[in-house]
Design a protein around this ligand. Structure first.
Ligand code: FAD
Length: 180
């Protein structure tokens, strides 16, 4: 469908730079297969649907995590908190040896302890996306540790600062919550 050798007019460096203009948080994707938990840093994460509750991640086919996800049939998404750059670097294979990460299980799915928030999902679908695959998870558990998030922009870590005059929670209309 997407032959890897297909010629492209798009400059790879510009592609990365432009994609880096989109500001994201940073997550660690976790999964357990054959008795071993693996973790991998990812910022290609988004919410998918409220009814049913779905979330989406994009994982490089060459990443070890890709095969682990296929075997595990589930994944955890741990949204990193401010100051957790070391954890992000560690699970991107770029870090020095950090203290052993602490995994906790939520509905049988491994996630990290002490982050900003965590999601447990079972694997609902997998779609081809060139050199990546899109994994769609059905959310089975949520945990909000209410810590300020770690931010990623232009290839650098950052922190968030809300505007003083920011309007109240905008997500309510977006997700069409049922009336109480
Ligand atoms: P490895 O490189 O083998 O594992 C990554 C690291 O995690 C290794 O150092 C390993 O020792 C450590 N580790 C794994 N399991 C454990 C464990 N149980 N206990 C302790 N340590 C463990 N790639 C994508 O495909 N999609 C993305 O959305 C994405 N976003 C990124 C965002 C950021 C901010 C960064 C920095 C990187 C991102 N990457 C993304 C790249 C990705 O994180 C790296 O390419 C990663 O090294 C690929 O992981 P791997 O599964 O091949 O495993």
């Amino acid at each position: 469908m997407y032959p890897h050798q297909e010629k492209t007019e798009i400059d790879g460096k510009l592609f990365r730079r432009v994609m880096g203009r989109f500001t994201t948080g940073v997550t660690v994707i976790t999964a357990e297969a054959e008795g071993a938990v693996r973790g991998m840093t990812a910022n290609a994460f988004m919410s998918g649907s409220l009814t049913p509750p779905l979330c989406i991640i994009s994982i490089a086919k060459k990443a070890r995590m890709h095969g682990t996800l296929e075997k595990a049939g589930h994944f955890g998404v741990s949204i990193l908190a401010q100051g957790q750059e070391g954890i992000s670097q560690h699970f991107a294979g770029q870090g020095s040896a950090d203290p052993e990460p602490l995994f906790a299980h939520m509905h049988g799915v491994p996630v990290l302890s002490g982050v900003s928030a965590a999601i447990a999902a079972t694997l609902e679908a997998k779609h081809d996306c060139g050199d990546h695959s899109i994994f769609i998870g059905r959310i089975v558990g949520l945990r909000d540790d209410e810590r300020q998030p770690l931010v990623f922009h232009g290839g650098k870590y950052a922190t968030i600062r809300h505007k003083k005059d920011a309007p109240a929670d905008q997500t309510i209309d977006f997700w069409e919550l049922p009336p109480e």
